[in-house]
Design a protein around this ligand. Sequence first.
Ligand code: HEM
Length: 526
Amino acid sequence: MYHFIASFIAIYFGIVYTFVGQGHSFADALITSTLMAVSFNSSLLSSIVFYRVFLHRCRKFPGPFLAGVSKFYAFYQSAKEVRYYKETEAMHAKYGDFVRVGPRQISIMRKSAVPLIFGPQSNCIKGTFYGNAGNDPTKISINMIRDEARYKLRRRAWDRGLSMKAIGNYEPRITEKVNLLLAQMRRNNGTPMDVTKWSMMLSFDIMGSVGFSKDFDNLKTGKLHPATHAIHDHLTHIGTIGETPWLLNILSSIPGAAAGFASFFNFCAREMEAKQNNWNSDAQPQDIASWLIKAVKDKDISASPTKESLTDDSRVIIIAGSDTFANVLACTLFYLAKDKDVQSKVRRLIDEALPDGPASWSYDKIRKVTYIDDIVNETLRLKPPVISQPHRQTPARGLQIDEQYIPGNVNVTVPPILIMRDERWWKQPFEFIPERFGSRREEMGTDDAPYMPFGLGVHTCPGNNLAYANLRISISSIVQNFDIDFAPGETGEAFDKDFLDTPLIKLPPLYLEFKARKPVNTSTQQ
Ligand code: HEM
């Protein structure tokens, strides 16, 4: 777009200059050139509209007329209430499983589409949405790279920083932060706490520690770090303008237009720079950022190629590493407060695994309580942090999905939150039933249902093991120590329904009470 806009402006002034050179007055030259520009642009726009409506390779797919004309329609739909997934749901209800949601974008609600688009054997690449940060793969974060070969190289450094071995090293630090949250819950004993906020504090502190070996002191001070607000503003910006990636890209590059995010971007850059400045080549990396810097210092093939891309990666550590886990934890606590049977069951299982009470807590013991994972999996099904993304682009030869052929170079999406609540594959789809991932797995048909909260295939979230570790540690500790209940006047309804699609889920406040349990010692109870 930069090239088109720059060429247009240059040609426009070139024409003005030519007219003036031919003896026209400056005012005349300006008027004539402007008329030419208007006539050129209206012809161009009408031919684009004509092409998209009557000739485009996606013209046969049903969908709102305006969605086929311009992506600005999707922009409008997402900016309206920042709940694009709801708009998509309504479009699917009206038009069926394959809907043209943009001139060359199809939203698909078929289970068979999931492996074909996202699976390990898929030939699709990341869609044009990922161009919103620019298309130079040497200057962008791992998440934005559309070139698969480059992506696979960069991914190796991330996989080292998020390996099971590395997580073993992070685990005591995660536990330490969770204990700070428990201390705050004890201090507040029984008085309402906004878990959306406190989950974010825990998550940001854990991310600071395992991401940068840095203490951001959210939990100690009880105050959210200013960067957390910037993260949400930044995500809301992407959630609305992201439907027109080229516009987002241009706006982000205009000095001043992105000033609101400058402090957040600078914060991320500073954290990465500080780590580089204190680099000790002899020491084994102790955090994710250090693993990425190590790749750069060692000139490894997985290294971030430029300072810009490394800085962009630091934003991924901060956003992907904190916001996702915070949201899942808050949602899990919501479901535990709402469903007392599930809360009692998981507490009983935790007490059985740790008969000597909190003093005997250990990650190894808690990992064996697989019901915690079932609760997490069910929460992720109903409230995946990544709601509507990710977008992919079909290969040039196109893609056959059941009876439908999708032409080549078309953006395709399968909205995770909708497909994971679809009653064709999920029994009692809106009910919270953790057992569907455990004891009732077969009966509920879970293995045949589409499930993708961490994405799939090559682009599966590299942080999923860290996310599970965070969740197991925090949920087991909270449940072991506290009874969880809605605060007086809190029904959880607004929390359940009024979240935003930004495109990471943005949750409203939720007030819960945590009442300290009496010490339990099941080994002496028998
Ligand atoms: C419950 C927590 C989490 C969920 C549900 C989640 C989900 C996802 C999903 C769906 C994607 C794919 C996005 C896409 O295709 O554009 C993704 C990518 C990614 N996630 Fe996570 N994530 C979680 C936690 C984490 C954590 C703790 C980290 C650690 C820093 C992390 C790091 C990343 C990175 C680096 C990517 C980019 C990979 C790529 O672009 O292919 N995530 N995550």
